[in-house]
Write a protein that binds this ligand. Structure first.
Ligand code: PGA
Length: 269
């Protein structure tokens, strides 16, 4: 039995009026996939289907690997689809071999950047403080940051989901966060690429807590895009999007298939 967001939030003494929610955001995280030709074909396939859909009520971002930003960006021109990146450095320039700064991403045509993804937190040891610094850098470059948080399987089993998510979020968001410059993605680590998702009530409960924290820290939590990510697919996207607190999805594997990704877009709204 699903509780309404108002009920979940009132447990925390916060009023949430989701009628003021922004339109949904669907972001495709290509991760470390696709060489040039394959990236072109994927972007073209998405653009064609997107144009045939004629949707004006959802924002969509494609986040290819950095090597494809230029060519995918050219294919997205005039389509209304947003170009995004998967990480940035916290400094604008400097001696950081292999890194890419937020102004460089903006210069390449990006409008959004995914930050603090669990794969970067785990395999690159990114800390909450670094994620906050990267988020600040993204804002300074005019990029919208999609800041990712989420618990491990062990934390979930130990009943620590809310604590982990709240601690990560509080430390990963710098001053100056607003609904215009930041979206949050709740991505349980154990759900990523596993084909498993939390049940709908769990997703709703975590999102309500995220909104409570946003309301306490930055006001007007309903204006924020709070996305769910982790094994989002055509078969579950519509149900996830029926949750009032969820207004978007961050899609990994299914974003590599133009048909599947566009089915997910269709199910929003
Ligand atoms: P997935 O990845 O959709 O393949 O689970 C989501 C993500 O890691 O952003």
């Amino acid at each position: 039995m699903l509780r309404k967001p108002e009920d979940r939030a009132s447990e925390k003494g916060i009023e949430i009026h989701m009628a003021n929610a922004p339109r949904p955001l669907v972001a495709g995280n290509w991760k470390m996939h696709a060489l040039g030709e394959a990236g072109d074909a994927l972007a073209r396939g998405i653009v064609e289907r997107w144009q045939a859909m004629g949707r004006q009520d959802v924002d969509v971002a494609l986040c290819p690997p950095a090597t494809l930003l230029g060519r995918v960006g050219r294919l997205l021109e005039g389509s209304g689809l947003l170009l995004g990146a998967q990480d940035c450095h916290w400094e604008a320039e400097g001696a950081h071999t292999g890194d890419i700064s937020a102004p460089m991403l903006a210069d390449a045509g990006c409008r959004v950047v995914i930050l603090g993804h669990s794969e970067r937190r785990q395999s690159h040891g990114e800390t909450d403080e670094e994620v906050a610094a990267k988020t600040r850098a993204a804002h300074a470059a005019g990029l919208k940051a999609i800041v990712c948080v989420g618990e491990s399987k062990a934390a979930r089993d130990a009943g620590q989901t809310a604590t982990v998510v709240e601690t990560q979020l509080a430390a990963s968001l710098p001053k100056g966060v607003s609904a215009a410059n930041t979206a949050i993605a709740y991505e349980p680590i154990w759900a990523i690429g596993s084909g498993r998702t939390p049940d709908m009530d769990e997703i709703g409960a975590v999102h309500a807590r995220i909104r409570t924290l946003l309301a306490n820290a930055f006001g007007a939590s309903e204006a924020f895009s709070v996305l769910y990510g982790g094994s989002v697919a055509p078969a579950n996207a519509a149900e996830i999007m029926t949750l009032d607190e969820v207004n978007g999805v961050l899609v990994g594997g299914a974003s590599l298939d133009a048909g599947a990704f566009c089915e997910i877009i269709e199910s929003c709204g």
